[in-house]
Write a protein that binds this ligand. Structure first.
Ligand code: SF4
Ligand code: SF4
Length: 135
């Protein structure tokens, strides 16, 4: 009977002196590994212009059907997305949109703080997708 008791106490002592695995979130934030697929970001080129050409490949490949792109044409006939929306409530963070994009215009970043209060706030439009990662 004393043996299991000592074993249990030994385990408690060992655990007591090891580093805790939990974090005091939100004061402490977890550093995600580089391949983590979190919140999307629409990227820009060096001049600040949107890289997306509204080809809609990402929308076509999305298994959750949660990307909506409406293309438009600029003065020099360059295409850009007049509307670009991702419904995060449906997104499964598979990363297919990033893989399919020929211009690296949509990437999934390390930001995992996507919780919100309303369904509307989880519909990310073009501007939100530009700035989501920087917040
Ligand atoms: S990560 Fe997957 S589910 Fe989410 S928008 Fe991209 S393709 Fe769709
Ligand atoms: S994000 Fe990429 S794949 Fe999607 S519409 Fe824009 S250019 Fe095409």
């Amino acid at each position: 009977m004393i043996k299991p008791l000592l074993k249990g106490l030994g385990l408690t002592l060992r655990t007591f002196f090891t580093r805790p695995v939990t974090l005091q979130y939100p004061e402490e934030k977890m550093v995600m590994y580089p391949r983590f697929r979190g919140l999307h970001e629409l990227t820009r080129d060096g001049e600040g212009k949107i890289n997306c050409v509204a080809c809609e490949l990402c929308a076509a490949v999305c298994p959750a059907n949660c990307i909506r792109v409406e293309p438009a044409e600029g003065p020099t006939h360059q295409r850009f997305p007049k509307v670009y929306e991702i419904d995060l409530l449906r997104c499964i963070f598979c990363g297919f949109c990033q893989e399919a994009c020929p211009y690296g215009a949509i990437i999934l970043r390390e930001n995992y703080e996507t919780a919100n209060y309303t369904r509307k706030d989880l519909l990310y439009d073009r501007d939100k997708l530009f700035h989501a990662y920087q917040k």
